[in-house]
Design a protein around this ligand. Structure first.
Ligand code: GLU
Length: 449
């Protein structure tokens, strides 16, 4: 096990043996264990109590059949997942991902990350994740609704505002949360607002939840820049993706005086030297659910489309990977370094490969891992739960201020913890250690759980 502390070898070997073929999960575990060497050296109780081994085993994993009928009357079968990973700090909390790549290993990687991310927010939320291999691409509204209803027809029995509270992730936005909530309410006959987050504003949703992940990532980078007496002013920024996280990251960068010059989808990227026009991007991607080539067409000569190449070749000061896991590899990191990029912050979950992370660190580029930088989404979900519990709704300004304070808190916690454990300036170590110690201490307090 290269790099791992001796006390953690067996834990990792056990994870490999118990979860064969789940490479994304292996990597997520390895990355956390890699940061815990100094922690077990300083606090032997974590190794002695087997709390790290327990953390690597989900509390509960649900896998179910999702049968539904498409627009042609043909029966379709998908597979549904919910991994309830850890509830030491609060109800399981984490999104649902609908994407053809979804299998148990992806859900477990995301659920594992979610434990530490949620812990890091300082809020009372455990970690979980779910989803399906359903591909929403090209499906009609009616098909998406019937799929969501079929999915919730099984999932509802595992949920509850004190038990497990899903939200969105890739392929699950406001529309899907609406259909899921509608089916939950219909089956249970309970208007239990706190059972799902990311709801619409007229039926229990929170202001800023839609914007929160992207805004939060940019707030986090703003804190990094502030520690260097710097700001977004005049910075060239490249964002990957063009979904919910990317769109609101772009919006906040522009509000803070930076310029996002490129963004992408799975087929290619667009470069717009005057800055991405958000109105056009929102129309193409959020409203029409079309390909990003249409952005370039709508902008006429102002933007270029480049197909089949990584967006990371576009020179920038700050890079925000906001699409999906493993989208920025060692080669891409090399291009960023060569072009003078100084900060990489993950808006998506684990978009940078281990090679990329290593290369960036070696070149002195500040790296902010997703479990810290993109925690604004789930943190605002926790604010939505607070509002639901008190039957209240806050203003946009108040909620955004709370989000910004939370991101500053996470940033400072990462830096302080990194300092405390002899890794000054290392946001990855700080995030892993601070996330770990809070949840591990709660587990120890609750007995052998
Ligand atoms: N899917 C988001 C994440 O990766 C948000 C989860 C939530 O709001 O529960 O953190």
């Amino acid at each position: 096990m290269p790099g791992l502390d001796e006390k953690l070898h067996d834990t990792y070997a056990e994870v490999l043996r118990r979860n064969p073929g789940e490479t994304e999960f292996h990597r997520a575990v390895h990355e956390v264990l890699d940061s815990l060497g100094s922690v077990v050296a300083k606090h032997p109780q974590y190794a002695d109590s087997a709390v790290i081994r327990r953390l690597c085993e989900p509390e509960r994993q649900v896998i179910f059949r999702v049968p539904w009928v498409d627009d042609h009357g043909v029966v379709q079968i998908n597979r549904g997942f919910r991994v309830e990973f850890n509830s030491a700090l609060g109800p399981y909390k984490g999104g649902l991902r609908f994407h053809p790549s979804v299998y148990l290993g992806i859900v477990k990687f995301l659920g594992f990350e979610q434990i530490f991310k949620n812990s890091l927010t300082g809020m009372p939320i455990g970690g979980g994740k779910g989803g399906s291999d359903f591909d929403p691409k090209g499906r009609s509204d009616g098909e998406v609704m019937r799929f969501c209803q079929a999915f919730m027809t099984e999932l509802y029995r595992h949920l509850g505002e004190y038990t497990d509270v899903p939200a969105g992730d890739i392929g699950v936005g406001g529309r899907e949360i609406g259909y899921l909530f509608g089916q939950y309410r219909r089956i249970t006959n309970r208007y239990e607002s706190g059972v799902l987050t990311g709801k619409g504003l007229t039926w229990g949703g929170s202001q800023v939840r839609t914007e929160a992940t992207g805004y939060g990532t940019v707030f986090f980078v703003n804190e990094i820049l502030a520690t260097r007496s710097d700001s977004f002013d005049g910075k060239r920024v490249v964002v990957s993706g063009s979904g919910n996280v990317a769109i609101y990251a772009i919006e906040k960068v522009h509000q803070l005086g930076g310029l996002v010059v490129a963004c992408s989808d799975s087929a290619g990227y667009v470069v717009d030297d005057k800055g991405i026009d958000l109105e056009v991007l929102k129309d193409v991607k959020a409203t029409r659910r079309a390909r990003i080539t249409e952005y370039a067409e709508a902008r006429g000569g102002a933007a270029d489309y480049v197909g089949g190449r990584p967006v990371w070749e576009v020179p920038c000061d700050i890079a925000l990977p906001c699409a999906t896991q493993n989208e920025l590899n060692g080669h891409d990191a090399g291009a960023l370094v060569k072009n003078g990029c100084t900060v990489v912050a993950e808006g998506a979950n684990m978009p940078c490969t281990p090679e990329a992370v290593k290369l960036l660190a070696g070149a002195g580029v500040v790296f902010a891992p997703g479990k810290a930088a993109n925690a604004g989404g789930v943190a605002t979900s926790a604010l939505e739960m607070q509002q639901n519990a008190s039957r209240d709704s806050w203003t946009f300004e108040h909620t955004e201020q709370r989000l910004s304070d939370i991101m500053r808190g996470i940033h400072d916690r990462c830096l302080e913890t990194a300092d405390e454990y002899g890794a000054p300036g290392d946001y990855l170590a700080g995030a892993n250690i601070a996330g770990f110690t809070r949840v591990a201490d709660a587990m120890l307090a609750l007995g052998v759980i």
